[in-house]
Design a protein around this ligand. Structure first.
Ligand SMILES: *[C@@H]1O[C@H](CO)[C@@H](O)[C@H](O)[C@H]1NC(C)=O
Ligand SMILES: *[C@@H]1O[C@H](CO)[C@@H](O)[C@H](O)[C@H]1NC(C)=O
Ligand SMILES: *[C@@H]1O[C@H](CO)[C@@H](O)[C@H](O)[C@H]1NC(C)=O
Ligand SMILES: *[C@@H]1O[C@H](CO)[C@@H](O)[C@H](O)[C@H]1NC(C)=O
Length: 330
């Protein structure tokens, strides 16, 4: 009897210890500091709930019941409500302009079985948007960079800070109700030059616009919008290079790898709150088609900063709004 009790206590104790240990590692890895012990205890309880969710989900992954797995990342001390609220102000408003165009899908569409523009060197490194809740400046800069490489063979990191400071009215901070189209409208409709990152580095918060436009690399672009089907998107990405894609990001907080697919995550236009760069598509060894999306949560999120998303079932609203600048001659 005594032996049983001791064993029982020890299992609890090992688990508790290991959660504490994981918590310490987590805080260290992500430089987490909390303002007092009350806050820290609360964050630890959130972390424990997330750990439980991660373990339960990954058990289903091991059993082949789901195609993606979860893990501890920098968002593991946030509740899903807090994570969602990072993007709550985002609305998708497509500006009306003659500088927006879409390419008609040819009658006979022939697409490659897989495309990955990273292999051509057309995709710049993964960024980290930090606490800036807005993803569109990152997706817009990423789309400009890839299109510049695609059309002009110029590889340069462009300034996200320019989009943050200059594309929206001052005083809106990083949580403005902008969307990916704000970025393209800034560069294409307003015909503004985009300067390199080195000239105008990322600081995180919004400031007054300080772009020296004479240093601009991209001077002339159309805004190009894909029609809302995954077939059109596949054709456009294969033919015209990487595009910014928009999704509902509510469900990707703890994504750590595999092919994300979850039909219980809402995928209508109203649910879209996040933008990333779509760099291609492929099929897994077990026959699942997926998109390859470059996120801006740093390389310590997902698959080295990337999300693989199931293709063909409108996951997270992927076909609904996709755009890129079409770089023109100066
Ligand atoms: C979809 O997400 C919900 C909520 O996170 C989770 O409970 C469910 O297991 C997921 N489904 C799959 C197939 O992974
Ligand atoms: C693109 O640029 C690279 C290096 O700047 C050069 O080696 C390559 O030949 C260029 N490709 C084309 C198609 O001009
Ligand atoms: C935006 O964020 C700032 C802090 O960065 C906050 O003071 C403000 O209330 C937020 N605005 C909205 C509309 O959420
Ligand atoms: C902007 O860049 C140009 C060209 O490099 C330079 O001559 C000019 O002094 C810069 N202007 C400011 C305000 O820094």
């Amino acid at each position: 009897m005594k032996f049983v009790i001791v064993t029982f206590v020890c299992i609890i104790c090992v688990n508790a210890l290991s959660e504490k240990e994981q918590w310490s590692t987590f805080k260290q890895n992500h430089g987490k500091k909390y303002k007092n012990i009350v806050e820290e205890n609360y964050r630890f309880s959130v972390f424990q709930n997330n750990l439980r969710e991660i373990n339960e989900h990954n058990e289903r992954y091991r059993n082949g019941e789901t195609t993606y797995f979860l893990g501890v990342n920098k968002f593991a001390d946030r509740t899903s409500t807090e994570f969602k609220s990072m993007f709550k102000n985002h609305k998708v408003n497509l500006p009306k302009s003659e500088k927006i165009k879409s390419h008609e899908l040819p009658k006979e569409v022939k697409t490659a079985t897989s495309v990955d523009w990273r292999s051509k060197g057309f995709v710049m490194p993964v960024r980290d948007q930090g606490d800036c809740g807005n993803s569109w400046p990152f997706a817009a800069a990423a789309a400009y960079e890839s299109q510049l490489a695609f059309h002009k063979n110029i590889t340069v990191q462009l300034s996200t800070q320019q989009f943050i400071d200059c594309a929206v009215p001052f005083g809106e901070e990083c949580n403005i109700s902008g969307d990916i189209m704000t970025g393209f409208a800034y560069g294409s409709i307003r015909k503004t030059s985009i300067v390199p990152e080195s000239e105008y580095p990322f600081v995180g918060a919004q400031s007054v616009c300080r772009a020296n436009l004479s240093k601009g690399i991209v001077n002339n672009a159309y805004m190009f919008v894909s029609e809302s089907t995954e077939i059109t998107l596949e054709y456009n990405i294969g033919r015209f290079g990487p595009m910014a894609s928009t999704i509902n990001a509510d469900c990707i907080q703890l994504y750590a790898g595999g092919i994300f697919s979850n039909s219980s995550c809402p995928n209508t236009l109203d649910d879209i709150n996040f933008a990333l760069l779509n760099v291609g598509y492929d099929t897994s060894s077990d026959g699942i088609d997926y998109w390859i999306l470059k996120n801006s949560f740093g390389t310590d999120w997902g698959e080295e900063g990337y999300l693989r998303l199931k293709k063909g079932t409108e996951e997270l609203g992927i076909p609904l709004l996709n755009g890129s600048p079409e770089i023109l001659e100066d």
